[in-house]
Design a protein. Structure first.
Length: 319
C-alpha cells in the first residue's frame, strides 16, 4: 500500500524557532491537499552546534527548547490532518529518517545536508493571491469548550474583546503601547464590553500593569497555545499589534480581529511586508471582512473606534 503521508521537515538550521512555523505548516497542508495525500507528519530538525537561523540567536537554548515544546509542537493540533510529529535528537538521526522516505517530502528537494526553508509568510500570501484557501487552522472543540466556560463564568453576558500585548525585549518598536491599550481596555469596560488581557509570555506572570487595573487577565491562554486559539475563536473581537500570536489568527476563519501594524512594518518605506506580497495599507488576500488591518500609529480613540465598529458589523451580519 502506498504511503499517503506528507513528511514535512522543519529545519532550525534555516528556519526560526517561532510562530513563523505557522506559515510552514499552512503551506504543508496546502501541498498535502493539492497532492491528494491523507495526512502530515512533521519532523523538527535541530540546528547544528550554533544557533542556526539568525532569529534563533535571540534566546538561549533553554528557552529554545521551551519554544519547541510550547509553540511548534502544539501548533500542529490546529491542522486536523497532522497525525504525527517527531523532534529529532540530532541532525544525523534526522538524516537517517529522511533516507527512509522515498516520496512526499516537504519542502521540495529538502535534505538534511542541504536544508530548504519554507517558513516565510510570503509563501502563504502567494497561495492566497492565487485564490487558494490558506486558512486551515481550527482550534480543537475541547479548547473552545474550555474557552467558552472561562468567558461565560466571568463576562456577565458582555461581549468579550481579547487584547494581546507584545512586550518583547527585541525589536521593541513593534511592541504594544501600554498607555494606549490600557485606555482602550478601560473604555471598553466602561461601555459594556468584557476586555481580557493576554500579556507577552515573558511578562504574563508579572505584577499587572497599572494601566490595566480592574481588567481581567488570561495567563492560562498565554501558556497553552491550544487554549489561546480556542479563546481567540470564542471572543467576539481580538485586537493585537504585529506579533507572533497574531499570525495564528491570519490562518483561522474563526477569529474576528483588528491587527495593528507597528514598528518597522509601519514606519519603514517601503514596508518590509512588501517582500511578503503585502503593499502598504493593504489587507492580505486570505482574510475575510471581519479580519481587519490598521496601518496607523497606536491611538486609543482610533483603536476603540475600530474595535467597536467591528463588533457592530459582526452583530449586524448575524441579524
Amino acid at each position: 500500500m502506498t504511503d499517503q503521508t506528507l513528511y514535512a521537515f522543519y529545519d532550525l538550521e534555516v528556519s526560526p524557532n517561532s510562530f513563523d512555523f505557522s506559515a510552514f505548516i499552512i503551506c504543508a497542508e496546502t501541498h498535502r491537499i493539492e497532492n491528494n495525500l491523507e495526512n502530515i507528519h512533521v519532523i523538527v530538525v535541530p540546528q547544528k552546534n550554533d544557533k542556526g537561523h539568525h532569529d534563533n540567536y535571540l534566546f538561549d537554548d533553554k528557552h529554545g527548547m521551551w519554544r519547541i515544546n510550547n509553540v511548534i509542537i502544539p501548533m500542529t493540533q490546529f491542522i486536523a490532518s497532522c497525525k504525527g510529529i517527531t523532534v529529532s535528537p540530532n541532525r544525523a538521526r534526522a538524516a537517517i529518517f529522511k533516507d527512509q522516505i522515498t516520496r512526499s517530502v516537504f519542502p521540495h528537494e529538502y535534505s538534511v545536508k542541504y536544508p530548504v526553508a519554507h517558513h516565510h509568510t510570503g509563501w502563504s500570501i502567494i497561495d492566497a493571491h492565487l485564490e487558494k484557501d490558506v486558512q486551515h487552522f481550527n482550534a480543537t472543540a475541547q479548547a473552545r469548550t474550555y474557552a467558552r466556560q472561562w468567558i461565560k463564568s466571568r463576562s456577565e453576558g458582555k461581549k468579550c474583546v481579547a487584547i494581546t500585548l507584545r512586550e518583547a525585549p527585541f525589536m521593541e518598536n513593534r511592541n504594544s503601547n501600554p498607555d494606549v491599550w490600557g485606555e482602550v481596555a478601560q473604555r471598553l469596560k466602561n461601555n459594556g464590553y468584557f476586555p481580557v488581557l493576554l500579556r507577552d509570555v515573558d511578562r504574563a506572570l508579572d505584577t499587572p500593569l497599572p494601566q490595566f487595573d480592574g481588567i481581567c487577565h488570561f495567563p492560562e491562554g498565554v501558556f497553552n497555545l491550544g487554549l489561546r486559539l480556542g479563546f481567540y475563536e470564542e471572543a467576539e473581537v481580538c485586537a493585537f499589534v504585529a506579533n507572533g500570536p497574531g499570525q495564528l489568527c491570519f490562518y483561522s476563519k474563526n477569529v474576528n480581529f483588528v491587527y495593528v501594524v507597528t514598528g518597522d512594518w509601519l514606519d519603514k518605506k517601503p514596508t518590509p511586508f512588501g517582500r511578503m506580497g503585502i503593499k502598504f495599507g493593504e489587507t492580505p488576500p486570505m482574510v475575510h471582512r471581519f479580519q481587519r488591518w490598521l496601518w496607523e500609529e497606536q491611538n486609543a480613540e482610533r483603536l476603540y473606534s475600530e474595535i467597536t465598529k467591528l463588533g457592530q458589523d459582526i452583530a449586524t451580519a448575524r441579524g
